[in-house]
Ligand binder design. Structure first.
Ligand SMILES: [Zn+2]
Ligand SMILES: [Zn+2]
Length: 274
């Protein structure tokens, strides 16, 4: 598997998990415009007409805003990936209804605990803790080959790491982990107090420090030796820099002598893991 983060941050999110054996893929969220989806897929060497499914994490605009236009563009190219989302998220997100009006696009309800097959991969769905109608993270597994299945973990937009999420992320090879803000920058920054409180709350976003603590627990936990690459996701442009989360995550790996690579995921630039 490969993970292409097409865009990550409060202005728009989209990522592709690619089954490198077949060239098929799964799109996670689409909060960016069709042009950026197509351009960054091309840059990644991924053919977007091979998308077999779209998994929606939650109903916030930065995750669903571009889906309708993107799906209509893909339909014109002959591709109609199935859309999977929580029914509560579907009810809360007008852009999703718009996307589902695309001819040939089917909808499948998604629930925490599900294991859904698409693109030759299995996506395990776990609940995150966020101020949305409902919100999910994913563990993708490719069971082909012998030994432990190849696994990719994906978690953004969560105020805390629940035990359920931690368990789902254990033993992955590639990890996309939210590192939204630096706590000090958030406290001193320009946002009004209720917004600051929301971001830092248990239903907000993970800080660099929380991400680093989770990474240490994963890297030192069962299967931690399989981890090869980590991307710091949903990095705030106001309350963080791209350098700070990479340092925070890199420091914990250096402290325990773990060789995994750390990179930031960017708002306007492709990053590929794997
Ligand atoms: Zn978001
Ligand atoms: Zn959100």
């Amino acid at each position: 598997m490969r993970l292409h983060v097409l865009a990550s941050g409060s202005r728009g999110n989209a990522a592709v998990v690619e089954n490198a054996r077949t060239g098929e893929g799964i799109l996670i969220d689409c909060g960016i415009c069709k042009r950026d989806v197509l351009a960054r897929c091309a840059e990644a060497g991924f053919d977007p007409t091979r998308l077999r499914a779209v998994l929606v994490t939650h109903d916030h605009g930065d995750h669903v805003r571009g889906l309708g236009v993107a799906l209509r563009g893909l339909a014109r190219l002959g591709a109609t990936p199935e859309v999977l989302a929580s029914p509560a998220v579907r009810a809360a997100a007008a852009p999703l209804e718009d996307a589902l009006a695309t001819e040939g696009v089917a909808f499948r309800g998604l629930w925490a605990g599900d294991a859904v097959s698409a693109a030759g991969l299995v996506a395990h769905v776990f609940r995150t803790s966020h101020d949305a109608a409902e919100s999910f993270g994913f563990r993708f597994e490719d069971a082909a080959g012998s030994g432990a299945p190849d696994a990719v973990g994906f978690m953004t937009d969560t105020g805390v790491v629940t035990p359920e999420a931690h368990e789902a992320l254990a033993g992955v090879r590639l990890l996309a982990l939210e590192a939204n803000h630096d706590r000090g920058m958030l406290e001193r920054g320009p946002y009004p107090w209720p917004v600051k409180r929301r971001i830092a709350s248990e239903r907000g976003h993970l800080s660099n420090e929380q991400a680093a603590a989770e990474l240490a627990a994963l890297a030192e936990g069962p299967g931690g030796g399989r981890l090869q690459a980590v991307a710091a996701m949903h990095v705030s442009q106001e309350n963080n820099t791209y350098r700070l989360p990479v340092e925070a995550l890199g420091d914990v790996l250096a402290r325990i002598g773990h060789p995994a690579a750390v990179t930031a995921a960017y708002q306007s630039r492709l990053v590929t893991l794997g």
